[in-house]
Design a protein around this ligand. Structure first.
Ligand code: NAD
Length: 349
């Protein structure tokens, strides 16, 4: 088992434990890290999650529906009403067991119910282990857009049980690998930006160490900018084009698959701005392809449609804004010329 700490002020730091079989040790870890006195646990999960946990205290299991459509205020209301009918109190905790949909929903319900109960995540997808369960962003969607309602609510403990990845469908695994590919360039590659003590190549690591290293990189970014006022934007590396590909809804690409294309695009754009050289672009392509992900735009992609969505990016500062690699690491770059943005799209056709 590997322990990574997310360092936060005011005694809110918490451990992320990574390793096989951790879900079955939940009771012991809860006692040690999150629920020292005898409270109760509301376990939030989905029917399709192939693991049942025993928190070692009185508990009830509350299931939410599958998929992005479960991330609604109605789901939060339903959960909070169930919690109230059971009599859940501030002495108790919420445990989210699942992928990013569960951890986002369980985290937001925990943040809202009784104005905040501790929450613990048992992350069961690769994406949740390296990203969604870490860092305290919780929330749900509105018909008007994704993740528009939510709260920053840090967990007390996160368990990343890597044995659970064995049952993950291949496509879900690839989605997580898109985010893992991103971390290669946020401190996970020798030639990349150095966040933290040392830059270790993710290529050299086995799955447990690789997940732990991704968690460590995310933890360091979150610690530097808990509420996303600046530095945390680097976690959106590859996401501007990725989101545009998803938003247009015309291509059969999932989030991580779209981010992978976005990473290679960001590298092409950085090269045309003179920020990185050919080797670094080749490195982006190599990493993305090594995870079995596609490095070019989907067949039939409409560059003008993608440009229109990217121009409306909600994280944009002024003009076309991208998170780009460069000599001093990955950072936000604003006011990029429209012709440069268009030409880089051609380079990944
Ligand atoms: P998901 O939670 O929908 O899980 C994918 C599917 O895999 C589901 O059908 C689930 O039932 C199934 N599953 C989960 N674990 C399994 C296992 N071990 N074996 C077999 N099947 C399993 O999808 P996801 O990709 O984990 O999360 C996506 C969500 O995460 C999105 O809503 C996104 O907005 C959110 N997200 C949040 C953050 C954040 O910082 N809060 C970051 C990234 C993504």
């Amino acid at each position: 088992m590997i322990e990574v700490r997310v360092p936060l002020p005011a005694d809110r730091s918490y451990p992320v434990l990574v390793g096989p079989g951790l879900a079955s040790e939940l009771a012991a870890h809860l006692r040690q890290h999150a629920l020292p006195s005898a409270g109760r646990a509301a376990v939030v999960t989905q029917e399709g999650i192939p693991v049942r946990v025993d928190p070692g205290v009185e508990h009830r299991v509350f299931t939410i529906p599958e998929g992005e459509s479960a991330k609604t205020l109605a789901t939060i209301e339903g959960l909070c009403r169930d919690f109230a009918q059971w009599g859940l109190s501030r002495a108790d905790i919420v445990v989210g067991v699942g992928g990013g949909v569960v951890t986002d929903v369980a985290g937001f319900a925990a943040a809202s119910y009784h104005r905040g109960l501790p929450v613990v995540h048992v992350a069961t997808t690769l994406l949740a282990q390296v990203d969604a369960a870490i860092g305290g962003k919780t929330g749900v969607n509105l018909p008007e857009g994704k993740n528009l309602v939510g709260a920053f609510w840090q967990p007390s403990l996160v368990l990343c049980d890597t044995a659970l990845l064995d049952t993950l469908p291949e496509r879900e695994m690839r989605c997580g690998l898109g985010e893992v590919a991103k971390y290669h360039f946020l401190g996970g590659s020798l030639s990349g930006a150095k966040i933290g003590r040392m830059a270790i190549s993710l290529d050299e690591l086995a799955i447990d160490e690789r997940v732990a290293r991704c968690v460590e990189i995310k933890a360091e970014v979150v610690a530097a900018d808990e509420r996303e006022s600046g530095r945390r934007a680097v976690l959106n590396y590859g996401h501007t084009l990725g989101h545009a590909i998803e938003t247009t809804g015309r291509y059969d690409l999932r989030h991580g698959e779209a981010v992978a294309v976005g990473l290679v695009y960001a590298a092409e754009l950085a090269r045309s701005l003179g920020r990185i050289g050919d080797d670094r672009v080749a490195e982006h392509r190599r990493v993305v392809e090594s995870y079995g992900l596609c490095a070019s735009l989907p067949v039939g992609a409409d560059p003008e449609g993608l440009m229109a969505v990217m121009a409306r990016d909600k994280k944009a500062l002024s003009g076309f804004t991208f998170v780009l690699d460069g000599g001093s690491g990955v950072e936000t770059v604003a006011d990029i010329d429209v012709d440069t943005v268009r030409a880089a799209l051609e380079a990944i056709r």
